[in-house]
Write a protein that binds this ligand. Sequence first.
Ligand SMILES: [Zn+2]
Ligand SMILES: [Zn+2]
Length: 135
Amino acid sequence: MEKVDRFLEKIPIRVTPQRVAVYKALSDSRTHLTAEQIHSKIKKNFPRVSLGTIYSILESFKDKKIIKEIRITFEKSRYETKVSQHHHFLCQTCGKIYDLDIEPCSSLRKKEVQGHLIRDLQGYFYGICKECRIK
Ligand SMILES: [Zn+2]
Ligand SMILES: [Zn+2]
């Protein structure tokens, strides 16, 4: 818990026990969680925290760029603490989401595409994951 405290203190954000718990739930899971999943993880320690509060904490983290929002399934956002640029693969068989590290193509290296300046990007790939392929 202490490490997350210190990390959040470096960001211009008010550090509250709920915020620490939300960030910790996300960073500990090392995966891509929905607000509902975060909510159920921290509910036993913070029974009065509503889902709405979770969403507003996530929004403030997003503003400070310490988490990323992923919309690989369009009906539900997921969040992660890995903020470096990477893409995602969704297995349509088991539903697992994988981080992908792909060599950037030439326009990404230039951070420019057809005259447009690229500031951020997220690639979504869909298919059957390596684990489901061998089943
Ligand atoms: Zn799979
Ligand atoms: Zn990711």
